[in-house]
Structure formats: structure tokens, C-alpha cells
Write a protein that binds this ligand. Structure first.
Ligand SMILES: [Zn+2]
Length: 469
């Protein structure tokens, strides 16, 4: 396609020295009042994947949350914004006159360098332009709320998924259809570093499906999820102090911060375990995808006395190849949350309370753990005061795991292994109050641990602890 002559043109060659100096580089251009469409083209030498360079846009309100207009990472280099439509990942809306900023993020730049070109076009009429693909601003419809499936119970969902608003292939509607096909009650739509998907989710939710607008804070040194947010979070972090500021803002907004896939192939989490995050994605994609590393970090935190809530996410990106393999399928794994109703606030309150377990599929297996002392009973995530008692009665209720084993773990490690002999199975045991906590896992027979490192169990389900004080 031959493009018209751009209003602005930039070009250069990024080097590892540019990356060392700063992860982010900024290109400013002036937008006259009355501008109705802006197009941007960014091309760079990918050098067979050795270079990875991201792009985003801020308007005249500045390069901060007020001026945020979108982010497409390295998934898209053809961008357009106007009042009524925009490239997925970008926010349609009025185009204020003044100085705009293109942000370029240097994820990877190899020794040979990275030649690049950047063009911007300013159009006085929204019908003009380069013809880059867009989606129209949605009509904000009323969410259909029917109460036949609400009320206190376990709801099953997925805490990490993506759409074409970041680097996945499908529209939010495709994701909603997949969620319905998998029988999920809720799905967090966690596009990378943008919230442009949020306005589309309301009309796609219904009485049987809740889509939760979320953002995956995607940095070059680790990823984290924030659920139930329409507000863009500044992801430009390099140090643990930078990340601490993000977590502080998330807490100020009354939300939870969840460390994502803290394992070698995650990408890994490099900000350390001392930050005050609330949750950890202990299980991302199928168990065999190195989740034992995340489990180890989580166990280390529990051992230190931190009460970090374990959650799961498929990280579904809907490329067809992965779908054929069954890899990254929505609900692999499924996170179950005990909530008062199927609403965003109730689901997130259930997570905050730790009323959560994870199973490998929407169909289960399921595991519930309760603990009882002096006639008082609690569920996973809750705290039980022992009040002089030396022992706690712990009850595990398991569905759909016949032939597997129930593992009970305390602060000191594996405490009990119980063969599961029926489809609906119950085990009651006594645990010392000094154990700190008890949690349950459903584990495959050892003959099915193939492909995992020595001694690493293959999990079918994992629950949060009941805590004793
Ligand atoms: Zn991620």
C-alpha cells in the first residue's frame, strides 16, 4: 500500500546503549486544534526476533495517565485514533490540540542495532486517513443482570486472558463465546498495558457470564494483574521501587495486585518477593508449563508468614496453533472463588479473603478445605483462633479425583498423603495448632509425573490455606 506523505517523519537506529540509557524513548509532534484523525506507522528491523520494540501514544494532556491514548506493544505498528474509532489497544475520543507524544519501548535490542522509521499523519477530517484497521467506540449498553445464578456459592473463572486490544487474535466477543462454551462464570480480560477493551465488556456480560475489565501491568522485568480497573496504570518500571509505586496506586484504588507467572518461561518476576503484592498466579497454562517454579515461590512466601492468595490464569491469547494443542485454552486452569454473588465486587472480595482454589479444568477436580475448633468452622483463606486448643479438626472434601491423591501441607511441608478412592471423597484429620496453616492439593499418581523435574508432583488442583493463630 502506498501511503500519502506523512506530516512528521522520524528515523534512526536503536542500539543496546539506548536501551541501557532508558527503556523508553519519546517522540513529540504538534497536533493543531480541529484535528479529526491521527495515523501513525512504526517499522523496525526485527532481526528474527532479536529486536523487540513496543509503541504507545499519549495526547496533549501529557505522558501520564491523563494523556494515555493507547499501547500496542510490538503487536501493531499501524495505529489510528479519532473521536469515533481507533486501533484496538487505543482509546477513541476527542483529539485535543497541542503536543502529543509517541512512546517507544525498547524490550530487546541486539548488538547489530535496530534501524527504525516512524511516521505521523494529521488529518482535518475523520473520513481521511491511511486506512489502518480500527474498531468503533461501543455503545455503552445496560448490562443485563438476571439473578437466577447469583447468591453465595463457588463461581468458576479465569483470571488472565487477552484480546486483540493487545496481542491476541480475537475480539472481546470471541473471548465471551469461548467462556460460555467452557461453562465459566467469570473471565478477567487482562490486556497488556491498556484498558481500551473495558468499554466493550459490559454489553458482552450477562447473567451467566461476568467479564472483568483488567490490565496486565506488563513490564520488561515482570508482569502483574490488576482486576476490576478501567483506569490505565503507568507500567514504566525498572526497579523494585518503581513497582512498589504501582502496587501502592493499585491499593489506593482499592484493588489487588497479583504477580503473574513468576517462573523462568513466564516471563519471570524480577522485582523480588518483598513487595506488598496480594496474590500470585501460582498456576498459569497447563501445570507442565513450569508451574512448579511458581508454586515454590508461593510456598516460600507462605513459609515466611505472608498470606498471598494463590490464583490461576490460562493467559489465553487465542492463536489457532495453541488452540489445536489445547494449550492456553480458557479455563486451563480454572480458579474457583466463593463469592456472595456473580458481580465484580463480590468476586474480588472473595479473592481478597482467599476463598479460592484452582483446578486444572472447568470440570474440576474440586477441593474444599474447612477447619474447626471449639465449634467454630472456617473455610480456605480464613483464620481460626485456636484459643487454647492444641489440635484443629480439618476436613477435606474432594470431587472428581478418584485414583489421585490428596496432599495436606502445613508450614513445615507435606503432612499427609491420602489416596482418593471415590468420586466424592471426604477426609477428616487432626492437625496441630502449631502447624501455622493447612492447605490441600490434588496430585496425579506418580506414574503420571513424566516430563516434570525429579520429585515434582503433577497437580490436578491446589487450594489456599486455612490459617491458625
Ligand atoms: Zn504476562
Amino acid at each position: 500500500m502506498t501511503l500519502p506523505k506523512p506530516t512528521y517523519h522520524f528515523q534512526g537506529d536503536f542500539t543496546p546503549a539506548d536501551k541501557a540509557e532508558s527503556d523508553f524513548h519519546y517522540f513529540r509532534f504538534d497536533v493543531p486544534a480541529g484535528t479529526r484523525r491521527i495515523d501513525i506507522r512504526f517499522d523496525y528491523d526485527r532481526a528474527d526476533g532479536r529486536n523487540a520494540v513496543d509503541i504507545g501514544l499519549f495526547d496533549a494532556h501529557g505522558d501520564n495517565a491523563d494523556g494515555f491514548r493507547g499501547w500496542s506493544g510490538s503487536a501493531r505498528g499501524r495505529i489510528t485514533v479519532s473521536e469515533r474509532d481507533a486501533t484496538p489497544g487505543y482509546l477513541p475520543g476527542p483529539l485535543p490540540g497541542g503536543r502529543w507524544t509517541i512512546i517507544i519501548g525498547l524490550y530487546r535490542v541486539h548488538e547489530g542495532g535496530c534501524p527504525w522509521e516512524l511516521d505521523a499523519w494529521i488529518w482535518p477530517d475523520p473520513g481521511m486517513g491511511c486506512g489502518f484497521p480500527t474498531v468503533s467506540r461501543p455503545h455503552i449498553g445496560k448490562r443485563r443482570t438476571v439473578s437466577d445464578r447469583t447468591g453465595p456459592r463457588w463461581y468458576r473463572g479465569d483470571f488472565q486472558s487477552h484480546t486483540y486490544h493487545s496481542d491476541a487474535k480475537g475480539a472481546p466477543g470471541d473471548l465471551a463465546a469461548a467462556a460460555r462454551a467452557r461453562g465459566l462464570d467469570f473471565v478477567a480480560v487482562t490486556d497488556h498495558n491498556t484498558v481500551s477493551q473495558a468499554p466493550y465488556l459490559r454489553a458482552l456480560s450477562g447473567h451467566e457470564l461476568l467479564l472483568i475489565p483488567s490490565m496486565e501491568v506488563t513490564t520488561y522485568y515482570g508482569h502483574g494483574n490488576v482486576w476490576g480497573i478501567h483506569h490505565w496504570l503507568d507500567f514504566r518500571c525498572r526497579t523494585s521501587e518503581d513497582m512498589a509505586r504501582v502496587i501502592e496506586e493499585v491499593h489506593r484504588r482499592g484493588r489487588l495486585f497479583s504477580v503473574n507467572h513468576p517462573k523462568e518461561n513466564g516471563p519471570a518476576w524480577e522485582y523480588g518477593l518483598d513487595l506488598p503484592f496480594d496474590c500470585m498466579e501460582v498456576w498459569q497454562a497447563p501445570w507442565a508449563s513450569r508451574n512448579w517454579e511458581s508454586r515454590r515461590f508461593w510456598m516460600e512466601l507462605l513459609g515466611r508468614g505472608r498470606r498471598v492468595v494463590a490464583v490461576g490464569g490460562s493467559d489465553r491469547h487465542q492463536p489457532p496453533l495453541y488452540r489445536l494443542l489445547g494449550y492456553y485454552e480458557l479455563g486451563t486452569p480454572t480458579t474457583w472463588v466463593y463469592a456472595e454473588s456473580l458481580t465484580q465486587e463480590a468476586i474480588l472480595a472473595g479473592v481478597r479473603a482467599g476463598h479460592v482454589f484452582i483446578s486444572e479444568q472447568p470440570a474440576g477436580p474440586r477441593v474444599e478445605l474447612t477447619a474447626e475448633v471449639n465449634g467454630r468452622s472456617i473455610m480456605m483463606g480464613d483464620e481460626l483462633p485456636c484459643q487454647g486448643a492444641s489440635k484443629v479438626s480439618v476436613r477435606a472434601h474432594v470431587w472428581g479425583a478418584s485414583g489421585k491423591a490428596l496432599w495436606l501441607l502445613t508450614r513445615s511441608g507435606l503432612a499427609e498423603v491420602v489416596p482418593i478412592t471415590s468420586d466424592e471423597f471426604e477426609h477428616v484429620t487432626q492437625v496441630s495448632c502449631d502447624a501455622g496453616f493447612v492447605r490441600a492439593e490434588i496430585v496425579y499418581p506418580e506414574s503420571e509425573w513424566a516430563g516434570l523435574p525429579d520429585g515434582e508432583p503433577r497437580l490436578a488442583a491446589l487450594g489456599n490455606p486455612v490459617y491458625f493463630v
